[in-house]
Design a protein around this ligand. Structure first.
Ligand code: CDP
Ligand code: MG
Length: 679
C-alpha cells in the first residue's frame, strides 16, 4: 500500500515548483543549524542519507549566506565522478536560475565550464588536486567541500591530507567533508576530532530478498527480475546495478527486445542506461518523469549508489558485483576486474529503494554469500592502485617525504616504492628522489606520467603535432570505432581501411588526420564507422593539450610523413611496456608475463618480434591494447645512445639491476576507472 502513496507523492512532487522541492528535502529544516555550525567550526563533517540534499543544497545555503560567503571567493565542491560533477552543477544552475557556467559551473579534466563570474564550482577531486599546483594554499576559495568522502577515491584521500594541512594556516578557509552514512567517525578522527553534523534520514523500510541458490548468469537474472517486477509488482520505478557500459548496454537491449516481443501484453517499460561515458543528453533522461502508466527502469553502474539520486525508485535489483581496480605491487600490474561488492555497498544500493516509499531490494545472491563472501567495506582506492600520478603531483608540491604524508589509510609501501622507481626511470626524479626539470614539466600535463613523457619526448624528435593527436586519441581510445552488432562486417572493413604500417597508434593518427581533412565531418564519421562524439572529444582534448604546450615550452611541430620519430617518442614514454614474441604469444620484458595482441589490433596478423603496448586489458586473455611496433630493437641490444637507453640509464646502475621489480605493466581495462573517477 505504502508504495502507491509513495508514487503519488513523487508525481505530485514533480508538479511542485523547484523552490518547493528544495524546501521538501531532509536537509532543509536544518539549514540554520547547519550554517551556524559551519560558522562556529573550521572543519565540519556532514553525514546524511543519499538524496538528503548535501550536494545540491549546502553550497546554495553558503552562497545565500553573507556571513560565510563573500563574492570575492569561490565555493568549491569536489565529486569523485565526472558525471556527478556535471549533472549536479546543471541541477544547481537550474535551481538558482542561472546559466550553467556563469555563477554556477563545473570543472572536469579537459573541460572547464566556469567563467569569471563563477562563485560555485563543482569539480572532480582530481581537478582540485591539480589546482594545488597553481595555488598551493587554495587562496581563491573560501569554502571547500569534499563531497562523497565515503567513496574514498585516491584523489579524495590525497585531498584530505593536503587540505588538513592548509587549514592549519588558513584559518579563514572553511572545510566541509560530506559523506553518506558511512565511516563518518573516521573522518572526524582524521580531522582532529572535527564535529559531525548528522542530517536525520527520511528513509522508508526496504524489504530485502535473496535468491535461494547462486545465479549462474546475473545479467540474465537481472532481465528476468525486471520483467517479473514489471508484471507482478505495484507501480514504482526500478534501479538495476551492473558493473559497466557493456553489461548495461547488453541488459538494456535484452529488456527492450523482450518487451518488444511481449508487445501490448505488458505496460510500457522505459529502459534507461546510466554510466560515465554516456553522452550527457542521454544521462539527463534518467531524471525525467516516468510517463503515466509506464514504469521506468534505470540500469546503472555504482554511480547510482550514492552520487546520483533518481526520484521514484521503489525497486532495486542488485547482482552484488562491481568493477574494481586492483593493483599488484610486485609486478606493477593494474587491472579492473568484476568483483563482489562490499556489504556496505550492498546496503547503500538497497537504500535507494526506500527514499520515497517503502521499497524492495532483490539481491541476486544468497543470504549466505552476503554474510560470508562479501567484505565489510570497500578497500580505499589508494591501497589498490598505481600511484605514479599522485606521487609526481605531491613531489611537484614540494612534498618529498611521502612515507610520512598524512594519509588517512597509507598505501602499501611497495606501491609507493614502485611509483618512485617508475618516475625515476622516466627521468622525472633524480637518484635522490627529487623532482627533475623533466618531472616538473611532466607534472604540468594532466595525464599519466608515461603519456606525459611521450608528449615531452616529442619535442626532441620534432613530432609534437602527431604525438599530441595520438595522446588525445588514446584518451578516448575505447570508443572510437563503432561496431554495431548488425553491421559487424562493414564496420570491420571500415576499420581495416585505416590500417597503416607501424601499429595502432599510427592508425589512430591516421583516423584523426583523415577526419581533419574531411573538415571534422559528421557524415565522414558515419560512413567510416567512427564515433563522432569520441572524435569531437579527442579534438577538445587535443586543443587543451596543445594549449599546455606553450607552458611547458614544447614547440608544436610536425614530423611530416615520417613515422620513425613518432615511434621513438612513444618508446621514450612506454619503454616499460615492451613485449617480445615468444611461443604462442608475447612475453613482457619486465616480468616474462605472457600476453596477447588484441584481435582488434592492426598488428594481430603481423605479429612483429618486438612490441610496445599502451595498456593491458583483461578480458578472456591478457590482451595488449594499442600496440605500435617496437622501433628500438637493434639499439636496445647494442646499447647505443638511443633515447630509450638514456632513459634507462638515467635510472642508474641500481635501476638496471633491480629491473624486475620496476615493471609497470599497467593494464587499465575499463572506462569506469579512468573516465568515471576523478579528473
Ligand atoms: O548529496 P545528496 O545525496 O545528499 O543529495 P543531492 O544530490 O543534493 O540530491 C537532492 C535532491 O536533488 C534529490 O531529491 C535529487 O533527486 C535531486 N536532484 C535532481 O533532481 N537532479 C540532479 N541532477 C541532482 C539531484
Ligand atoms: Mg551527494
Amino acid at each position: 500500500m505504502q508504495s502507491h502513496v509513495g508514487v503519488d507523492e513523487t508525481l505530485s512532487k514533480l508538479c511542485q515548483s523547484i523552490q518547493e522541492v528544495r524546501r521538501s528535502l531532509p536537509i532543509f529544516p536544518f539549514r540554520e543549524d547547519l550554517l551556524r555550525a559551519i560558522t562556529q567550526h573550521q572543519i565540519l563533517v556532514i553525514e546524511g542519507e543519499t538524496g538528503s540534499g548535501k550536494t545540491t543544497q549546502i553550497p546554495q545555503y553558503l552562497m545565500e549566506d553573507v556571513r560565510l560567503h563573500s563574492r570575492r571567493n569561490e565555493i568549491g565542491c569536489t565529486q569523485p565522478r565526472r558525471v556527478a560533477a556535471m549533472s549536479v552543477a546543471a541541477r544547481v544552475a537550474e535551481e538558482t536560475g542561472v546559466k550553467l557556467g556563469n555563477e554556477v559551473g563545473y570543472s572536469i579534466r579537459f573541460e572547464d565550464c566556469t567563467s569569471e563570474r563563477t562563485v560555485l564550482k563543482y569539480m572532480t577531486d582530481g581537478m582540485l588536486l591539480r589546482e594545488f599546483l597553481t595555488e598551493p594554499d587554495l587562496a581563491s576559495y573560501s569554502v571547500v567541500i569534499i563531497d562523497e568522502a565515503h567513496e574514498r577515491t585516491l584523489h579524495t584521500d590525497i585531498l584530505f591530507g593536503l587540505i588538513k594541512d592548509i587549514a592549519r594556516f588558513r584559518s579563514d578557509l572553511k572545510v566541509l567533508v560530506a559523506s553518506a552514512t558511512l565511516d563518518t567517525e573516521r573522518f572526524s578522527c582524521f580531522f582532529d576530532d572535527a564535529p559531525v553534523f548528522r542530517i536525520p534520514g527520511r528513509r522508508f523500510p526496504v524489504d530485502i530478498f535473496y535468491t535461494k541458490a547462486p545465479e549462474a548468469d546475473y545479467l540474465e537474472a537481472c532481465v528476468v527480475s525486471v520483467l517479473q517486477i514489471h508484471v507482478t509488482q505495484a507501480p514504482g520505478d526500478c534501479l538495476v546495478f551492473l558493473t559497466g557500459q557493456e553489461e548495461i548496454e547488453a541488459c538494456c537491449e535484452m529488456l527492450q527486445e523482450r518487451c518488444r516481443r511481449l508487445g501490448s501484453k505488458i505496460a510500457e517499460l522505459v529502459v534507461l542506461p546510466i554510466y560515465a561515458n554516456l553522452p550527457s543528453d542521454m544521462q539527463a533522461k534518467i531524471f525525467s518523469p516516468t510517463p503515466p502508466g509506464a514504469r521506468k527502469v534505470v540500469v546503472a553502474t555504482n554511480i547510482a549508489e550514492t552520487s546520483l539520486t533518481i526520484d521514484g525508485i521503489i525497486y532495486v535489483i542488485d547482482p552484488g558485483f562491481c568493477k574494481q581496480k586492483s593493483y599488484n605491487a610486485r609486478t606493477g600490474m593494474e587491472s579492473l576486474i568484476v568483483t563482489p561488492c562490499s556489504r556496505a555497498s550492498a546496503n547503500q544500493r538497497a537504500g535507494r529503494a526506500g527514499r520515497v516509499a517503502a521499497g524492495k531490494c532483490f539481491r541476486l545472491y544468497t543470504a549466505w554469500a552476503f554474510k560470508h563472501e562479501m567484505e565489510e567495506t570497500t578497500i580505499p582506492e589508494i591501497q589498490r592502485t598505481n600511484l605514479g600520478n599522485v606521487v609526481l603531483l605531491l613531489k611537484s608540491l614540494g612534498i618529498n617525504d611521502l612515507i610520512h604524508f598524512d594519509f588517512m589509510d597509507p598505501p602499501p609501501h611497495e606501491t609507493l616504492v614502485l611509483a618512485l622507481e617508475q618516475l625515476y626511470a622516466l627521468g622525472a626524479l633524480n637518484h635522490l628522489g627529487e623532482l627533475t626539470k623533466m618531472g616538473r614539466r611532466m607534472a604540468e600535463l594532466p595525464v599519466d606520467p608515461m603519456l606525459s613523457k611521450m608528449i615531452l619526448a616529442s619535442e626532441q624528435y620534432k613530432c609534437s603535432e602527431e604525438v599530441l593527436t595520438i595522446a588525445a586519441m588514446l584518451s578516448v581510445n575505447n570508443s572510437i570505432f563503432y561496431r554495431p552488432k548488425d553491421k559487424v562486417v562493414h564496420a570491420d572493413n571500415a576499420r581495416m581501411n585505416f590500417t597503416v604500417p607501424g601499429g595502432d597508434h599510427l592508425v589512430l593518427l591516421n583516423v584523426y588526420n583523415q577526419w581533419v581533412e574531411s573538415g571534422f565531418s559528421t557524415q565522414w564519421c558515419y560512413e567510416n564507422f567512427i564515433q563522432f562524439r569520441s572524435m569531437r572529444r579527442a579534438r577538445d582534448v587535443r586543443d587543451q593539450l596543445e594549449g599546455l604546450m606553450e607552458r611547458i615550452e614544447v614547440e608544436v611541430v610536425s614530423s611530416l610523413e615520417d613515422s620513425v620519430p613518432i615511434r621513438k617518442a612513444i618508446t621514450a614514454g612506454y619503454f616499460y611496456h615492451t613485449a617480445r614474441l615468444s611461443k604462442g604469444g608475447y612475453k613482457t620484458v619486465k616480468h616474462q608475463q605472457t600476453v596477447y595482441v588484441h584481435p582488434n589490433s592492426s598488428l594481430f596478423e603481423e605479429q612483429p618480434r618486438w612490441l610496445i603496448y599502451h595498456e593491458l586489458v583483461f578480458t578472456t586473455k591478457e590482451f595488449m591494447r594499442q600496440v605500435p611496433m617496437f622501433v628500438y630493437r637493434q639499439r636496445l641490444v647494442a646499447g647505443s645512445g638511443s633515447s630509450l637507453l638514456q632513459e634507462q640509464r638515467a635510472g642508474g646502475q641500481q635501476q638496471q639491476e633491480d629491473a624486475p621489480q620496476t615493471g609497470q605493466d599497467q593494464g587499465r581495462a575499463g572506462i569506469e576507472a579512468q573516465g568515471g573517477h576523478g579528473q
